[in-house]
Design a protein around this ligand. Structure first.
Ligand code: F6R
Length: 240
């Protein structure tokens, strides 16, 4: 059964998630963290920065792998996920940037970039804690609803609803990249522990289906019920 922690506010959800990351980092200072972007984890990153500034936690020896990256994109582009992670988290803590990893979105050969990312993740050892957000349509990473899903890192086409949802970070929907490189379902499910964050009523349907214990590729987050250690940290408004 998925563990569910219901919080009253986005602030409380962010603090609860940050505390869980802090505990993991304190008990395993060299661990591999799987990280996500998007609006949802921003508050968690802000809390972790505060904890770091108060001297409660250090990320000095932490390794990180991000779930996904737009494709193709330069890491220095302002809308890249590398840029997001640097500006919202890495630049404010003591992590060694050489230990922070993303799929290589500049590699013209997307298959090679995907295989290399899988190899890199294996070479680091297990992802101890994977942070996930959830799309309104139930996507995790960029594993979009469909009649099939991929197990490993691959190039994915963003669904129209995801392009619309992500257009808030761009000047117009036409500027949103149509593709990404994303961890696959097996990559995600191989993490030792998973924290799924959800906030806001537009996530209600996706959260409801995630908790339904019915596996359905039309809602990729439903596959999380196959994992033994998933904690959903959710604000009350994202539950029915
Ligand atoms: C981000 C990612 C996506 C987001 C999802 C929710 O790295 O992989 O699956 O977690 O699109 O995005 P927000 O949090 O912006 O609602």
């Amino acid at each position: 059964m998925m563990k569910v922690i219901v919080t009253g506010t986005y602030e409380e959800m962010s603090l609860t998630a940050a505390e869980a990351v802090r505990e993991r980092v304190l008990s395993s200072p060299r661990c591999v963290l799987g990280l996500a972007t998007g609006s949802t984890p921003l508050g968690m990153y802000a809390k972790l920065i505060e904890m770091y500034q108060r001297g409660e936690v250090s990320f000095k020896d932490i390794r990180s792998v991000n779930l996904d990256e737009y494709y193709p994109i330069s890491p220095s582009a302002r809308c890249s996920y590398r840029y997001y992670m640097d500006t919202n988290f890495f630049n404010h803590i003591d992590i060694d940037k050489a230990n922070t990893h993303f799929p290589d979105a500049e590699n013209e050969d997307s298959e090679k970039a995907s295989t290399e990312y899988e190899k890199l993740i294996s070479s680091l050892g297990k992802i101890e804690l994977q942070i996930l957000g959830i799309g309104r349509n139930g996507h995790i990473g960029f594993n979009e609803p469909g009649s099939f899903l991929y197990p490993l890192t691959h190039m994915a086409r963003l669904s129209e609803s995801t392009v619309r949802a992500n257009s808030r970070f761009f000047s117009s929907p036409a500027d949103v990249p149509r593709f990404s490189l994303t961890m696959g379902m097996k990559t995600i499910l191989s993490a030792s522990g998973i924290i799924l964050l959800a906030s806001g009523k537009e996530k209600r349907e996706a959260v409801r289906r995630t908790l339904s214990s019915v596996i359905d590729t039309s809602c990729p987050s439903t596959l999380l019920c196959l994992h033994d250690d998933v904690t959903l940290i959710v604000t009350r408004d994202a539950l029915e």
